[in-house]
Design a protein around this ligand. Sequence first.
Ligand SMILES: Cc1cc2nc3c(=O)[nH]c(=O)nc-3n(C[C@H](O)[C@H](O)[C@H](O)COP(=O)(O)O)c2cc1C
Length: 363
Amino acid sequence: MQQRLGLERPILQGQVNFPLCLAPMVGLTHVALRLVVRGYLPKNAHTIWPTEMLNSRRLPNEVLSKTPETMRAAHESGLVPQILGNEEKAIGDSVKKLIHEWGAEGIDINMGCPVQKALKHNYGVALMGDADYAARVVEMTVKNSTVPVSVKLRAAPQPGALKDSGDRDFAYLEKFANGLQDAGASWICLHPRTAAQKRRGFADWSQIKSLREVIALPIVGNGDVQTADDAVSMLNETGCDMVMAGRALAARPWMLWQFGEKLGFASPEGREDQRAPQGPLQEGAEYGRCLLKLIDYCGQYFGEELALRKIRFYIRTTSVWLDYGQSLIGVSTKAKDLTELRERAAQFFENPIEMAASTELRQ
Ligand SMILES: Cc1cc2nc3c(=O)[nH]c(=O)nc-3n(C[C@H](O)[C@H](O)[C@H](O)COP(=O)(O)O)c2cc1C
């Protein structure tokens, strides 16, 4: 029997029945990682899937099937690509292209990216400093879209965005989110760390709870979710409709399976008679299997050089949960090509390697 948790308010017009999804991450949430993670989605579970953030100034001139960030597999459903932008023409052209040429089922707008380049161009988290313009960006997107539009936010407001305002001015976040709702957003994702915190320190879940209470739209909560238990806690403690996990779900894609077990979903297709990996040793071994699969998919989609870069980045970001994670990073930087990397990675996991449930996240 499936336990009803989250999704009190429907996401993607009710097509989503599984309240856990992968977060958009530059350099990580490409087709290869999405396929590895999707392999652990319980049978008959439907969730949403991100891309990396895509610059709306560049998208109109790109060949989506050949650009690494927009490569996709034919069977991928529930894709909600994330765009970065603030100009109507670029957004309109990008959104139409993503929907009609590429098959986007929703469009997400990035209002959380804190890097200098985004601030300079007045997009990403810079939009959180201007509630009216941010609402206009949603309007422009909705006007050009035949699919739902969501927005991903940070804790409000970013330092310096408002005069006389502290880092955690919830009244501002409420007003800001209301503006997005009025402009036609279909759901809001909140990563309650300030821009200054980047991805360190604690995510303030109380802001997710408060936003859920004052906004009628579905709320997706993000931040500090490292395990399936954390995902359940976030749903229970904040009342959010869905949980989004980034680094930890990239590192332990089977978190989808573990979480599905807690909610009474079936095992993933092809694993019908198995239980999700549990405990440091089983999880460490599963990490090794995922890594080999990721290497194969990266080779298939990206070619040697780019694949190597992407895998090294994946290992740097996700090995923090592993015993001897530093050695694995060493293995990946020393390998000259994909074949060597695959062989060395396989050897590395011939010994039992433990994976911790949680760790301090620094990247
Ligand atoms: C390497 C990396 C790249 C990221 N790129 C994006 C991005 O393109 N768009 C976005 O909205 N957030 C991005 N984020 C933030 C994540 O989506 C997420 O909000 C953040 O990592 C907190 O969630 P987590 O603790 O579950 O990882 C990125 C995070 C990481 C680690």
